[in-house]
Design a protein around this ligand. Structure first.
Ligand SMILES: Nc1ncnc2c1ncn2[C@@H]1O[C@H](COP(=O)(O)OP(=O)(O)O)[C@@H](O)[C@H]1O
Ligand SMILES: [Mg+2]
Length: 364
């Protein structure tokens, strides 16, 4: 259950910035998820904490002790590699005891520890099986047991579920949450899957180009994105750009590219004439009444919700998600012309980015 602090951490590889200005703390017993597109620096961040990559600048503290120059094995942390591998010719039990024996643990103690961690991941009866006899999810749990056997209280997981299919991912995800809680671990779990991050995290950290864009409880990051990138990357948002035509108190009237106007809340940092971007969640658009007119172009059934694509005048596309139960009750059909509303309190207003919206949300 250690506490981890990173202070002004920077790391480049051959001039390419992998981490920049990283200032963050991970609390005792916290389950933190680091979310970001491929190449955003997630693995490097974990390796810096594990001691496998030395930062160019900045410090790492574990339990108030400066560990920046301390080797991995002395950090009470265990890093589970993105491409973890079990030894195919060793049994499940041997895969775990191998590392313990290599570190000089006595045979009886290694056996006891092995069975103990297999018990934790609920695979004790599989100790004598070979990895190929296990499902992908079970193999993943063996890899996890191997990490737990080190006794480390800081678990650094690099995309631990990415090799599993959707159902197993959910199963192992729940196991991870249970084990972290039971063993009182501090977990830093890296993923590019936002639903995985949202469901597991006490704290969500969003990375972009090696920098932390936003960090906080997942609900906060979801409901109060601090940037266009967050709004785009966490959850599903529609980004509408336009000009602020008028500001009245805390309300701004934004004229969109297609001539339509929508209302948002705004603060003093905006003024009339500014270019701006309005972000709205796909599930927050109201169908059936409102100031916008849209032609229903497409309906996709996506399990628990349906995605409805509307085309607004000027070719503007608006993707709206509605829960399956609401969709079934509705009589929505392709070709209908419908009114749409964007509730003012569900919008977020951002400055138009100097590099343009596409580059701003680009996945690196
Ligand atoms: N050992 C390395 N040598 C050179 N470049 C690297 C190395 N490790 C990472 N990088 C670069 O650093 C950036 C961040 O990589 P990484 O931390 O692996 O991101 P992520 O895990 O989010 O995909 C990328 O541009 C990547 O190419
Ligand atoms: Mg990675």
């Amino acid at each position: 259950m250690p506490r981890v602090v990173l202070e002004n951490v920077k790391k480049s590889f051959n001039g390419i910035v992998a981490l920049e200005d990283i200032n963050i703390s991970f609390e005792n017993g916290e389950y933190a998820c680091v979310l970001g597109p491929t190449g955003s620096g997630k693995t490097t961040l974990l390796k810096v904490i594990a001691g496998l990559v030395k930062p160019d600048y900045g410090e790492v503290y574990i339990d108030n002790k400066r560990v920046t120059n301390i080797p991995p094995e002395a950090r009470n942390a265990v890093y589970m590699h993105q491409q973890y591998a079990l030894f195919p010719h060793l049994t499940v039990g041997e895969n775990i005891s191998f590392g313990l024996l290599a570190r000089g643990v006595r045979k009886e103690d290694a056996m006891r520890k092995t069975l103990e961690v297999l018990e934790i991941v609920k695979l004790r009866q599989w100790a004598d099986a070979y990895p190929h006899e296990l499902s992908g999810g079970m193999q993943q749990r063996v890899a996890l047991a191997r990490c737990l056997a080190t006794g480390a209280k800081l678990l650094l997981l690099d995309e631990p579920l990415s090799a599993l299919d959707a159902r197993l991912r959910l199963e192992v995800r729940n196991e991870l949450a249970r084990i972290a809680e039971e063993l009182d671990l501090t977990v830093i779990h890296v993923t590019h899957d936002q639903s995985e991050a949202m469901s597991l995290a006490d704290k969500l950290i969003l990375l972009r180009n090696g920098r932390i864009v936003q960090a906080g409880p997942p609900e906060e990051v979801y409901l109060k994105p601090n940037s266009i990138f967050t709004a785009y990357f966490v959850g599903e948002s529609i980004l509408l750009d336009g000009v602020i035509r008028r500001i009245n108190g805390d309300t701004a009237f934004i004229e969109l590219r297609n001539g339509m106007t929508i209302e948002t809340f705004c603060d003093e940092s905006f003024k009339e004439g500014d270019l701006a971007v309005v972000a709205v969640r796909c599930e927050d658009v109201i169908i059936g009444e409102g100031p916008l007119m849209g032609l229903l172009k497409e309906i996709s059934f996506l399990g628990s919700f349906s995605k409805i694509i509307f085309e607004l005048p000027g070719g503007l596309k608006m993707s709206v998600n509605i829960p399956l139960t609401d969709f079934i009750k509705s009589d929505l059909r392709v070709g209908m012309a419908l009114q749409l509303a964007i509730p003012k309190e569900r919008t977020r207003l951002f400055k138009y980015p100097a590099i343009g919206i596409a580059k701003e949300v680009e996945a690196v």
